[in-house]
Design a protein. Structure first.
Length: 85
C-alpha cells in the first residue's frame, strides 16, 4: 500500500521576514522550507566539516536559530518552525 503525504506538511504557511530572507517569499509548505534551507546551507558551505549534522550559522541564519552560532539539523527544524504561521 503506497504511503500518502501528511496533509499538514503540504499546507502552505506564512513565513516571517527573517525566514523569507533565506528561503524566498512565502507562503510555502514546511517541506519546501526545509528543502530551501538545505539548499542555502550547502550553497554557502555551512555544515560543520567535523560533524556534518551540525549547521554553522551565518548572519542570515543566526536570527532564525535564536542567536546560536551552531545547531544540529534536528534543532534547526524546531527553531525555524517558530518563523512559520
Amino acid at each position: 500500500m503506497p504511503r500518502t503525504a501528511n496533509p499538514a506538511l503540504l499546507k502552505p504557511l506564512e513565513l516571517d521576514e527573517t525566514l523569507e530572507a533565506v528561503v524566498g517569499s512565502g507562503p510555502m509548505p514546511r517541506g519546501e522550507v526545509v528543502k530551501k534551507l538545505w539548499e542555502y546551507i550547502k550553497k554557502h558551505d555551512l555544515q560543520n566539516p567535523a560533524n556534518k549534522r551540525n549547521i554553522l550559522a551565518d548572519d542570515k541564519l543566526k536570527p532564525l536559530f535564536g542567536g546560536k552560532g551552531e545547531v544540529t539539523m534536528f534543532e534547526m527544524t524546531k527553531l525555524v518552525s517558530a518563523h512559520m504561521k
